[in-house]
Write a protein that binds this ligand. Structure first.
Ligand code: GDP
Length: 225
């Protein structure tokens, strides 16, 4: 009997967005490197570009590439290419900073412009270890996430509370939405609903037209499509 070929992992692209200093890089470092840089050692933005992380969901191997803004948001310009091909978005605010919560509608309106509706979103209230200086209640975060059709979780990159759950829940929901990663589910129309090949406003089926850096991240994984 010939050995059964192992299918290549499914490539999934996740993005972190949200105001500067809410802890996006710290969440990524905590999740992918199980690392925490003490406040005094981390500058306003640590500037991680992306990390690759492998996991298994529903018996399928999944290769995540998780992208951090690396501080682009400080200049209020996140390039449309950052959003291209993403299947999951992690929107982060700081529970101890009301301004970062109030900025969320602006982040959601960026998403409306650049990603397809079916892309899975999770709203993350970070820094719950700062309970003493909390400015946004859990209920408020939850209600807003519900309104925006997003998953919701509170977390702390510092203590690691909730961090793995952010990624586990997001990826689980992506895997429960085959049109985001399974070419067969998209047969008859390569792109998802508004997809028009990476032009802002459209979204591509994963694995098509990856830019060079992403190809590097995805090179040993093969394409999901
Ligand atoms: P980014 O600009 O959104 O990527 O934020 P950073 O990850 O660079 O974090 C900004 C600052 O917040 C740094 O000083 C971090 O040490 C701190 N920080 C990040 N996450 C947490 C957290 O969960 N709790 C606390 N107390 N501080 C955090």
């Amino acid at each position: 009997m010939p050995p059964t070929a192992v299918p290549p992992p499914i490539n999934v692209k996740l993005l972190l967005i949200g105001n500067s200093s809410v802890g996006k890089s710290s969440l990524l470092l905590r999740f992918s490197d199980e690392q925490w840089l003490p406040e005094e050692e981390s500058s306003a933005t640590i500037g991680v570009d992306f990390r690759v992380h492998k996991m298994e969901v529903n018996g399928k191997r999944v290769k995540l590439s998780i992208w951090d803004t690396a501080g682009q948001e400080r200049f209020r310009t996140i390039t449309s290419s950052y959003y291209r091909g993403a299947q999951g978005i992690i929107l982060v605010y700081d529970v101890a900073n009301r301004e970062s919560f109030e900025a969320l509608p602006r982040w959601y309106s960026e998403l409306e412009t650049y990603v397809n509706e079916s892309v899975v979103k999770i709203l993350v209230g970070n820094k719950v270890d700062k309970e003493f200086s909390r400015q946004v209640s859990t209920t408020e975060g939850q209600t807003f996430a519900h309104k925006m059709n997003s998953l919701f979780i509170e977390a702390s990159a510092k203590t690691a509370v909730g961090v793995n759950d952010v990624f586990a829940e997001l990826v689980q929901k992506i895997m429960d939405t085959p049109e985001l990663w399974d070419a067969d589910a998209n047969r008859g129309g390569q792109n998802t609903a508004h997809g028009n090949g990476g032009v802002p406003g459209g979204v591509q089926v994963v694995g098509l037209n990856l830019n060079q850096q992403e190809q590097g991240a995805a090179q040993d994984g093969g394409c999901a499509c």
